[in-house]
Design a protein around this ligand. Structure first.
Ligand code: CA
Length: 518
C-alpha cells in the first residue's frame, strides 16, 4: 500500500496516517511530503511548517496551538498542542444557519411491535423493574427460573430481563439531581420493547417507592385475587409484604405476575411500521483519530437518511459536544432550541466544576493511543455522527424524547451511562468505536460500527459494520451510510441479529445520578 494520509478540510494543516502498520521515517507521499519520523496509523502528521503558537487545524477548526516550531512531516503528538478554551456560552450564534429540510425519503418500513400508546418495539421482552439494588439478586434468580420454566411456553417472547441498577436507596431522594435517575428508570420501565407495560419488584422500605416511580398511577399488587388484563398499569411485587412467607413464596409471587405478563406479550406480532417509528440513539466509545473520518461521518450520513424517513435520531455525550457547540447552535431550528442546548452545556460545566474535573478528564488513554490529542479533536470528530440536518429539539438527562428529526438528548459520555440514559427513549442503538468495545444492551439492539478495517477483521464476530473501508477509498461515506441504514431496518425487524445479541453481551444499566448519596 502506498503511503496515504487523509486531510478532511482544505484548511487543515495536519493529516491522519491511513496505512495500517503506520509509516517509517523517510516515507514519501504522492504530493512529495516526506515523514521525518515513524508515525503510527491514525496519528497526525504536519502537512506544512507551523511556528510556535500557530493554530493546528483539523476539520477546518482549531484543535490547539503548537507549543513549539513544527516541521513538515513531523508527528504531532498530544504534548505539542496547547488546549484551546471551550467556546464561551454567552456569545454563541442562535439558529443563524438553520439547514433547509432534507428531501423526504419515503417507502422504508420495518417489522415492529406496535404498542397501545403509539410507541413501537424492536424486540419483545419481559422487563422486570427493580426499585432498589437490594432486590436485584432475587429478581435475577426469578428471571433464571422464568427463562427455564416459563419462556418455552411463550415462543413469541424473545427474553426476560431484570432491570437492575445501584439507585433506589441511600440517596437524597428529594435533592434536585434525584429527578434524573428517577425519570430514567420510569421511562425504561415502560420501554417500547417491554410492550410499554411495567412490572415492578420493590423491597418495601426503600426510598424509591413504586408510587414515586409511577406517581398518579394505579399500582396493581401482585397478591390481587384476580390480575386484570392491563395495557399500562404497573404490577408491583413487594417483598416485605406480610403474606410472603419465605423466599419460595417471594419467587412464586414474581413468577405469577411474570406469567400473566408473558401471556400478554406472547400475543404481540411484528407488523410493518414506517421507518419514522424508529428512535435511534447514537454514541461513540473507544474513539480514535479515524472515528471522525470514517465511522462517525458514515453514521452521520445514515442519520440524515433516518431524519429524511421521518425517524428520531438522538445524539448525546455532553462533554464530547461542548467543544463543538459553536457549530451546533447555528443549526438549531429556532433560538429556543439553541438556548436549550446551551442550558445543557452550562449545567454540565457547573456539574464538572463542582467535582473539580479538569479538561483532560476526557479523552481516555485509549483515545490518545488512537491519535486523539485532546477533547477538542474528539468533539469535532464526534459531532460528525449528527449529520447535516437541523437540530429539532433538546432533551435534558433522562427525559423522554417526543420530537422527530435530530435531537440532542443530554447524557454523560460514559458508554454504559449514555446507553442507559438513551434507553429512556431509543428503540435502536448505534455505537461507533475505534479502539474496540464488546458493549451491548439487553433492552435494545446495539449495532457496532468500527472506524478501522483492522479492528473489524480482528473482531470479525463483534463488529457489525466496517467503516474503515472509507479511509482506504474502498467505500464511500454514502456507501457505508446506506449499508448501515438497511442493516438498521433489518435489525429492527428481527431479520438480522447484532453480534452483541448473538453472544448475549448485555452491559449493566447505570442510570446517571448527579444527586448526593447519603
Ligand atoms: Ca460514549
Amino acid at each position: 500500500m502506498e503511503p496515504l494520509y487523509v486531510q478532511i478540510h482544505p484548511r487543515d494543516n495536519v493529516g491522519i496516517i491511513v496505512n495500517p502498520e503506520g509509516l517509517p521515517a523517510g516515507a514519501v507521499f504522492a504530493g512529495g511530503l516526506t515523514l521525518r519520523e515513524r508515525i503510527p496509523q491514525s496519528h497526525k502528521v504536519a502537512l506544512g511548517r507551523l511556528d510556535a503558537g500557530a493554530p493546528v487545524i483539523r476539520y477546518g477548526e482549531v484543535i490547539g496551538h503548537a507549543t513549539r516550531d513544527l516541521l513538515p512531516g513531523e508527528w504531532i503528538r498530544e504534548d505539542m498542542l496547547l488546549l484551546p478554551s471551550p467556546p464561551p456560552l454567552d456569545e454563541l450564534p442562535l439558529a443563524t444557519a438553520v439547514p433547509a429540510p432534507l428531501p423526504p425519503l419515503e417507502g422504508y418500513t420495518f417489522d415492529g411491535y406496535r404498542n397501545p400508546g403509539g410507541s413501537v418495539g424492536t424486540k419483545n421482552i419481559l422487563g422486570i423493574t427493580t426499585t432498589v439494588q437490594c432486590v436485584a439478586p432475587t429478581v435475577e434468580y426469578a428471571v433464571r427460573r422464568i427463562r427455564q420454566e416459563l419462556l418455552p411456553r411463550f415462543p413469541n417472547v424473545d427474553d426476560a430481563v431484570a432491570i437492575t441498577h445501584t439507585y433506589g436507596c441511600g440517596v437524597a431522594i428529594d435533592a434536585p439531581g434525584a429527578a434524573v435517575p428517577i425519570r430514567t428508570l420510569r421511562h425504561i420501565s415502560r420501554h417500547a420493547n417491554f410492550g410499554a407495560a411495567p412490572l415492578i419488584v420493590s423491597l418495601g422500605c426503600e426510598k424509591l417507592q413504586p408510587s414515586r416511580l409511577f406517581p398518579n398511577q394505579r399500582l396493581i399488587p401482585a397478591g390481587a385475587a384476580e390480575l386484570p388484563v392491563l395495557e399500562a398499569d404497573p404490577y408491583v411485587v413487594r417483598l416485605q409484604d406480610e403474606d410472603l412467607r419465605g423466599f419460595g413464596a417471594i419467587v412464586s409471587a414474581i413468577l405469577r405476575v411474570a406469567e400473566k405478563r408473558l401471556d400478554e406479550l406472547n400475543r404481540r406480532r411484528r407488523v410493518p411500521c414506517p421507518a419514522s417509528a424508529l428512535i435511534v440513539g447514537l454514541q461513540c466509545g473507544g474513539s480514535d483519530a479515524f472515528s471522525g473520518v470514517t465511522c462517525n461521518p458514515a453514521v452521520g450520513f445514515a442519520a440524515d437518511l433516518l431524519v429524511r424517513a421521518g425517524a428520531t435520531v438522538l445524539f448525546s455525550e455532553v462533554t464530547e459536544v461542548r467543544d463543538a457547540v459553536h457549530l451546533l447552535t447555528p443549526r438549531a431550528v429556532n433560538a429556543d432550541v439553541a438556548r436549550a442546548l446551551i442550558r445543557e452545556m452550562r449545567w454540565y460545566d457547573e456539574y464538572l466544576a463542582r467535582g473539580e474535573a479538569d479538561r483532560s478528564a476526557n479523552p481516555t488513554p485509549g483515545n490518545k493511543r488512537g491519535g486523539l490529542a485532546n477533547v477538542v479533536e474528539k468533539a469535532l470528530g464526534s459531532i460528525a455522527k449528527a449529520g447535516t440536518s437541523a437540530l429539532m429539539a433538546v432533551a435534558s438527562h433522562g427525559e423522554q424524547v417526543k420530537s422527530k428529526g435530530l435531537v440532542f438528548a443530554a447524557t454523560p459520555a460514559s458508554d454504559f451511562i449514555c446507553g442507559t440514559q438513551q434507553l429512556a427513549s431509543m428503540n435502536l442503538h448505534v455505537f461507533t468505536t475505534g479502539e474496540g468495545s464488546p458493549y451491548g444492551l439487553a433492552l435494545a439492539p446495539v449495532v457496532k460500527v468500527s472506524s478501522r478495517t483492522a479492528l473489524a477483521e480482528r473482531w470479525f464476530d463483534l463488529i457489525d459494520i466496517d467503516a474503515g473501508r472509507i479511509a482506504t477509498g474502498e467505500a464511500s461515506i454514502a456507501d457505508v451510510g446506506w449499508e448501515l441504514f438497511h442493516f438498521l431496518l433489518d435489525v429492527a425487524s428481527g431479520r438480522k441479529k447484532t453480534w452483541a445479541d448473538h453472544w448475549g453481551l448485555h452491559n449493566a444499566l447505570a442510570p446517571f445520578n448527579p444527586g448526593p448519596v447519603t
